[in-house]
Design a protein around this ligand. Structure first.
Ligand code: IPE
Ligand code: MG
Length: 222
């Protein structure tokens, strides 16, 4: 979800207003995905690199996340949506983390859709942690290096149990991945949308899905 700051700047508003408007897009996109029958929606909400933004902006983003979680809890129940989170969650403020954990627990049995929030997330960190856990098992004699394959590696990532994404949408026209799900997007179809995230709404999602449907996925075969 990129372009909140630029959206605000274009309107002469403070950046936090862009994030606030972006939260509205999240609400709308979540409901649209549910209607489309999307099984998993993963939102890159806060990267490990985002911690280096000014403290006031980090604070505003955490406050917004808490508000979103508090307001969304009932909707997640009503819409049968399960919430999950990936990332270095222990870096989140204690009260944000507690709220997040409580909603994850409360929605654990919901099965119409899964919404995954990537928070304090970085793909390289995730991959390093997986490598470290495999290395620890090997060093302890519990695992033969030859037994490490792509499937075992995947199972040590935080996304274990979550299917690889079919479609990756990046807003604000940026043509880069920025440390998002590097392992998992190996065969994802990428759609770059020029609009900033706060302007990305239901109709834009439908267009991105139509674009996806026009692609021919060959997974390296003919
Ligand atoms: C995305 O918008 C939201 C977060 C990273 C949390 P940005 O804040 O990156 O907006 P730009 O890229 O400065 O426009
Ligand atoms: Mg940005």
């Amino acid at each position: 979800m990129d372009g909140n700051g630029r959206w605000a700047k274009e309107r002469g508003l403070p950046r936090r207003e862009g994030h606030r408007a972006g939260a509205e897009s999240v609400r709308e996109i979540m409901e649209a995905c549910k209607e489309l029958g999307v099984g998993y929606l993963t939102l890159f909400a806060f990267s490990s690199e985002n911690w280096s933004r000014p403290a006031a902006e980090v604070h505003a983003l955490m406050a917004l996340l808490e508000r979103f979680l508090r307001e969304k809890a009932k909707d997640l129940d009503r819409q049968d949506v399960r919430l999950l989170a990936i990332g270095q969650l222990d870096r989140l403020p204690a009260k944000t983390r507690a709220l997040l954990d409580s909603i994850i627990a409360r929605t654990a049995s919901h099965s119409s859709m899964t919404m995954v929030l990537a928070l304090s997330y970085g793909a390289r960190e995730e991959i390093v942690a997986a490598a470290r856990s495999l290395a620890a098992d090997a060093a302890a004699g519990r695992l033969l290096p030859e037994a490490i394959d792509a499937e075992l590696f995947s199972s040590r990532l935080q996304t274990t149990g979550i299917p690889d994404p079919d479609l990756l949408i990046r807003t604000s026209g940026e043509m880069r991945i920025s440390n998002f799900l590097l392992w998992q997007i190996s065969y994802a179809e990428i759609v770059i949308v020029k609009k900033n995230w706060p302007d990305f709404r239901e109709g834009d999602l439908f267009e991105a899905v139509e674009e996806y449907q026009r692609r021919h996925r060959r997974f390296g075969a003919l």
